[in-house]
Design a protein around this ligand. Structure first.
Ligand code: FES
Ligand code: FE2
Length: 340
């Protein structure tokens, strides 16, 4: 099935820590894959289909650096070539599994599902906050039964914090604050400044500010499915130079047209050695994103497999999500044109 996501991009396949010398099966852009780390430390990603009789390779096991198919024992190496057949020396030319380019950066494994010749490692989007010593970072993963564009919509319209997350990061002040959005250099930036507001529960614990705060968030959307939220707060009446800053990294990888892998990280530029604070932030964000998961999955169930785009009702706060969808539509059109 063709997919409504552009292919010629690096997507996150996994956190680096989650791929060792064992088989991991995962579907990305409707393509079932088998991944493992070979003894040279490099991650291999192969189509999850034995070239012999199409049995999923992920049902097999690793023998050295090759996957041994569970059915008739053919062994496929990290480059997709067949390296062993139990009772014959001759290896048929077609005994080859498709492989996908992989790059590891920012403690993540990135995969290229499109045209291999275009897989330039320099195109991996900047997520240095994941492993920059200037930031303390915690990470997590959610499996979301919803299309990746519903996640983009969600992250580009944070007014939902007031209703979905009123026990963690939101309160009424968020939805009431004016919002602006700008398209620039193929990205969308949606900004909100919330002045002189009561700090929501997460803000009190994560910053120690108990009196009213000024807070801001800018969601920077990088097509097709990356959103970095620049976020900070300081006690109202003080100056921005006293702000405590965070980056909320949202990296979404479409699994199918109606399911997504949601990798995330929260980086903070303060109290970096405070392990208890890191644990608190991870737990609270996990809980917060579970709240998104409930809403997004219910939304997808109502929509069924075909989401309307654009949606018939547009509010002022939809400007950012609509601009992001336009950028994606353009990328899809260009890819189709090139393919034709
Ligand atoms: S199906 Fe894999 S070896 Fe036969
Ligand atoms: Fe949310």
């Amino acid at each position: 099935m063709d997919m409504s996501a552009p292919k010629n991009f690096w997507y996150v396949a996994a956190f680096s820590d989650d791929i060792g010398h064992e088989i991991v099966a995962r579907t990305i852009l409707n393509q079932p894959l088998v991944m493992f780390r070979a003894s040279d430390g490099k991650v291999a990603a192969l189509e999850d289909r034995c070239p012999h009789r199409a049995v999923p390779l992920s049902l097999g096991r690793l023998v050295g650096d090759a996957v041994r198919c569970t059915y008739h024992g053919m062994q496929i190496g990290p480059d997709g070539s067949c390296v062993h057949i139990p009772c014959q020396d001759r290896i048929p030319a077609a005994a080859h599994a498709r492989v996908f380019p992989i790059v590891e950066q920012y403690k993540m494994v990135w995969i290229w599902m499109g045209e291999p010749a275009l897989a330039d490692p320099a195109k991996v989007p900047d997520f240095h906050w994941m492993d920059d010593p200037e930031w303390a970072t915690c990470t997590g993963y959610h499996y979301i039964k919803a299309n990746y564009q519903l996640l983009n919509d969600n992250l580009l319209d944070l007014s939902h914090e007031s209703y979905v997350h009123d026990d963690t990061i939101g309160n009424d002040a968020v939805a009431q604050a004016p919002v602006s959005s700008v398209v620039k250099d193929g990205t969308v930036r949606v900004s909100r400044e919330i002045l002189d507001c009561e700090p929501p529960p997460f803000y009190v614990k994560a910053t120690g500010f108990t009196t009213n705060i000024d807070r801001w968030h800018t969601t920077v959307f990088l097509p097709p499915s990356f959103n970095v939220i620049e976020n900070g707060s300081f006690p109202h009446g003080h100056t921005r130079s006293e702000a405590l800053e965070r980056r909320v990294m949202n990296l979404v990888t479409p699994e199918t047209d109606v399911t997504s892998h949601y990798f995330w990280g929260i980086a903070r530029a303060y109290q970096r050695d405070d392990e208890a604070l890191t644990t608190y932030i991870r737990e609270q964000i996990y809980r917060t994103f579970n709240q998104d998961k409930v809403v997004l999955e219910a939304q997808q169930r109502n929509l069924g497999p075909d989401s309307p785009s654009p949606f018939p009702v547009a509010l002022r706060t939809d400007a950012g999500p609509i601009q992001a969808r336009k950028l994606i539509d353009e990328l899809l059109r260009n890819e189709r044109k090139t393919a034709a």
